[in-house]
Design a binder for this molecule. Structure first.
Ligand code: KIV
Ligand code: ZN
Length: 406
């Protein structure tokens, strides 16, 4: 695989590498479309409008607001979002047929900037068992669909569904035809979450080298998480030249979900030395929007979820807490404030050490001498063996007990 070399860790570089230009990566959020396809995640109109406004405030470039032909409610939601949300392109999904495309065009029409996302499957499995269409028919249908969509909105995105399992020659042929027909974004979905980062890199590299008109379109990645590789695959696509990432808040989506927006964004920000990319995302809004989407859809965020999980900036081990109190960068690669978390959480539990207890006592307004600290610490360890979580109230009780005994 010809992925770029890992950036050297600080102080490891002997020779200076020339500075690389920073590429702007578009963030295409599909929480309201692919995300809403998660079983149990459906949202009503008011909820969709609230999430769409938060996505625009977050700095998302394109909001895929829904699949207008899917239901009258979906049509209405996309149209209302198109009417009211400013600052992001509003996109509607359509299969490659006139009815879908016309409905999408009507729904996104009122937007400041409108996009229709036309998709048609291209892999042999889908051609044979789902569509029962020949390759020639697929190319004809894709071209006609893109041409129709071009007349109804500001820009058109085309997705060869199941692209990553499509024969390379045929994928190149469809992509070239779609661009000639007017598509300005070509999305390359890993519809079933099947490929590895190395394969994704090769597919994007192959398209960039073999499709003659590829520079007329932005290449986009859309990865599902069936094998837990959606984020890694999206980043591999970026490393191979993709200019747009399709993702969802908290990674919700069909089956195991989509690439998580907060993860791809923070990976590119934290490792800008490696990716040389930036986005328009206001990262301080990541945790608030994660909570909004979770409470709106009823889909909980796992505690250890990267970036937005409750434990993402929590440290319990004594060794880690001691390091954190001396210098944050010992165990923290991002600052919690950057993603909208007020501060690092030094959780007090049975693995915690004296330094964290002293720090907590001080922040609660108690100044313990060494002897008092040792006694409170001994009591704290006994309590921590019995309780999963130690609250400030527990610490205060232990300190008061010690102060009274003195
Ligand atoms: O996963 C997929 O292939 C999709 C398409 C509609 C782009 O969601
Ligand atoms: Zn999808």
């Amino acid at each position: 695989m010809a992925m770029p070399e890992t950036a050297p860790v600080p102080n490891d570089s002997v020779t200076e590498t020339p500075p690389q230009p920073t590429r702007q990566i578009r963030i295409f959020d599909t929480t309201l479309r692919d995300g809403e396809q998660s079983p149990g995640a459906s949202m009503n109109l008011a909820e969709k409008l609230e999430v769409a406004q938060s996505l625009a405030d977050l700095g998302v470039d394109i909001i895929e607001a829904g699949f207008p032909i899917a239901s009258p409610g979906d049509f209405e939601a996309v149209q209302q979002i198109a009417r009211t949300i400013k600052g992001s392109t509003i996109c509607g999904l359509a299969r490659c047929n006139d009815k879908d495309i016309d409905a999408a065009g009507k729904a996104v029409g009122p937007a400041e900037s409108s996009r229709i996302h036309v998709f048609l499957a291209t892999s042999a499995i889908h051609r044979e068992f789902k569509l029962r269409m020949t390759t020639d028919e697929i190319v004809r249908r894709a071209v006609a669909g893109v041409q129709r969509a071009v007349s109804l909105c500001d820009d058109v995105e085309f997705s060869p569904e199941d692209a990553c399992r499509t024969e390379h020659d045929f994928l190149c042929r469809v992509v070239e035809a779609a661009i000639d027909a007017g598509a300005t974004t070509i999305n390359v979905p890993d519809t079933v979450g099947y490929v590895t980062p190395e394969e994704v890199f090769k597919i994007f590299d192959m398209l960039r080298n073999r499709v003659p008109n590829i520079d007329k379109a932005v290449l986009s990645t859309h990865c599902h998480d069936d094998l837990g590789m959606a984020v890694a695959n999206s980043l591999a696509a970026v490393a191979a030249g993709a200019g747009q990432i399709e993702c969802t808040i908290n990674g919700i989506g069909e089956r195991a979900g989509n690439a998580a927006l907060e993860e791809v964004v923070m990976a590119m920000k934290t490792r800008s030395d490696f990716y040389h990319c930036q986005t328009r995302i206001d990262t301080k809004r990541l945790v608030p929007i994660s909570r909004l989407v979770s409470s709106t859809t009823g889909i909980n965020v796992q505690r250890n979820k990267a970036i937005v999980g409750r434990n993402a900036f929590a440290h319990e081990s004594g060794i880690h807490q001691d390091g954190m109190l001396k210098e944050r960068s010992t165990y923290e690669i991002m600052s919690p404030e950057d993603v909208g978390v007020a501060k690092t959480d030094l959780v007090l539990g049975k693995h915690s050490g004296r330094a964290a207890l002293a720090d907590r006592a001080q922040s609660l307004g108690y100044h313990l001498d060494a002897e008092q600290l040792q006694t409170v610490f001994d009591q704290f360890k006994i309590l921590a063996d019995k309780k999963k979580e130690i609250y400030d109230g527990d610490i205060i009780a232990l300190i008061r007990q010690e102060i009274r005994a003195d």
